[in-house]
Design a protein. Structure first.
Length: 320
């Protein structure tokens, strides 16, 4: 069941405030406590973290492109437990990729932080409460450039179609799911011819965050690498932009995946336990996943790129 706080009307001070007789107040309080003990679930807070290194968001080819990175709500087997999909791998955590798949960091994986009990690790149900995404763009472009940053999620009524048609969970050879993601210009987004800014199609997508970032100033042609007292090079005024985004809650997470046998030679012994933390990006609800999108017209082959780094923390309540 979803994580819920105790209703205000059932708290002790509110019961006393709303009832006249002291005996009646005590009786209602006692009954409320008994019912709460019978029906309540106990929860433990678990946090996960993952990051993107300081790498380019520019494609190898020129033209206007949309960089897409999934922001999963699931725990992606962060506790490195046995799963049928990753059995035999050196790292059994469930990976995913962005649609660039740069060799320096082809996949992403979540790590648990600040510790957790064995009961939380073995929990059959998790509640994703939300999270925080911190991003930073650093420009090495000598000329003026504009980058449009969005955090989007598919409209629930057509989420399944969008995820399938845009191949947002598709995987290229050697990469994780998400590496085939493709947003279509003119259908999913529209951009000014001189990349003055971009717009996302609100008929298809929820826009959870939007920011336009301008690097340098019009007319600059080179980047000054040393600081000067008079700061004569306009490029020095704007080469870094950063921000923080609050992530939406993903709700209840349960795992229904196929699990391997406890002993392959003795299938009668049954399969290994299935825990909520073992579910990955591919199996989570399509309408819950958010996607970080950066629209630009850069090119990485000239080595004059804009680099993006990410630090993402998720919060969960595990039923214990």
């Amino acid at each position: 069941m979803p994580y819920k706080r105790k209703p205000r009307v059932l708290k002790r001070k509110n019961i006393k405030r709303r009832t006249g007789a002291r005996a009646q107040s005590k009786q209602i309080t006692a009954l409320s406590k008994q019912i709460s003990n019978i029906t309540k679930s106990n929860y433990e807070t678990v946090q996960t973290i993952w990051n993107r290194n300081n790498l380019s968001v520019d494609p190898s080819l020129g033209g206007i492109n949309a960089y897409v990175c999934p922001i999963p709500k699931s725990m992606c087997n962060c506790f490195s437990q046995s799963t049928a999909d990753t059995q035999g791998d050196n790292d059994v955590r469930i990976a995913w990729s962005d649609n660039l798949g740069i060799a320096a960091q082809q996949t992403y994986r979540k790590n648990p932080i600040f510790g957790s009990s064995q009961a939380a690790r073995d929990s059959p149900e998790a509640n994703h409460l939300g999270g925080v995404l911190k991003w930073r763009l650093i420009s090495d472009e000598p000329a003026f450039s504009t980058y449009s940053i969005f955090l989007i999620s598919p409209k629930s009524r057509q989420a399944d179609q969008l995820i399938t048609d845009r191949d947002l969970k598709g995987a290229k050879s050697g990469l994780g799911p998400g590496s085939k993601a493709l947003l279509v210009e003119g259908t999913d987004y529209e951009t000014h011819p001189d990349v003055m800014g971009s717009q996302i199609n609100k008929k298809f997508w929820n826009i959870d965050y939007h920011r336009e970032v301008n690097f340098s100033h019009p007319g600059s042609t080179s980047q000054q690498t040393t600081a000067q007292a008079n700061n004569t090079n306009p490029k020095n005024n704007a080469i870094i932009a950063q921000g923080s985004i609050k992530l939406k809650a993903g709700g209840v997470i349960r795992c229904m995946n196929q699990q391997s046998f406890i002993e392959s030679a003795s299938p009668d012994l049954g399969v290994k336990p299935i825990n909520a933390s073992q579910i990955g990006y591919v199996d989570e609800k399509n309408e819950k996943t958010q996607y970080l999108v950066v629209i630009n017209n850069g090119v990485s082959t000239d080595l004059e790129t804009v680099n993006l780094s990410l630090l993402v923390r998720d919060y969960y309540k595990m039923v214990v």
